[in-house]
Ligand binder design. Sequence first.
Ligand code: AR6
Length: 268
Amino acid sequence: MFRTAIKMAPTSASDIPSLNLLYKLNKLKVSELGPLKGASPVHNDRIGLFHGDITTLSVDAIVNAANTSLLGGGGVDGAIHRAAGPGLLAECRTLGGCPTGSSKITSGYNLPCNKVIHTVGPIYDYTQATESEKDLRNCYLSSLELATQNGVKTIAFSAISTGVYDYPSEDAAHVACDTVRKYMDGDDTKSLDKVIFVTFEKKDYMAYSSLLPHHFPPSVPASQDQDNITRGQAVEAEVKASHLPNVPTTDPADSGHVPKKRSQVSGE
Ligand code: AR6
């Protein structure tokens, strides 16, 4: 029997719900931890949450969780290389690798995005947690800096290091949210139109759902905001509702990713 692969239409940045919309629709709840000191709702229209395959996103740049060789691997790296085609590997071969915590940029080739930013996350080390956190922070920061330097307006991050590299999901989501928020706080020119956090496995979706409201709290309690929803916002909500992630009950079909097996780590 023949099986025909069904290619999903790419999802654009504007199709991905912002935190403001997720709060209005009650898809994101106020954090039980309360807002982080210094956190505010100012960026909530420019932060998005997507649950699914990053290779389907038609944004300016997607961020790959690569290894120091930059020559491909499993997990999201493998998915990106498969979808981009051989041109991506050919360009990666010219880059001379990349150290942990740093990032390099290439074209997107057959992907619906324009650019791929390849960042190298830390292999999580419980005995050197501070070092791992510093490296992960630098991944997000160097990717954001590269994005700004290259005129990238919409960027989607995979959950760096939370797969084969074993970084605990909640700790990694905290680092991701904190680094992005601080970068946006300091970005007076508003160089970025949208920063999207992409989650693939349920554990990462749950981590972001609980930590995003801590770092990017709603302006007013969600219940009051729902009462104040305007007609325009209601239409916007209806249009985007079809793209909203439901709380997943299972993990997505494998994309070459085998979670949590140190023996899978190669190429370093
Ligand atoms: N779309 C979005 N996210 C995905 C996808 C996808 N198609 N596939 C997996 N993820 P991992 P790491 C998520 O293991 O931990 C590679 O072999 C996944 O659920 O891809 O940084 C590299 O070459 C997880 O949340 O990257 C390196 O050797 C996140 O992507 C090594 O793995 C990162 O998981 C890097 O390990």
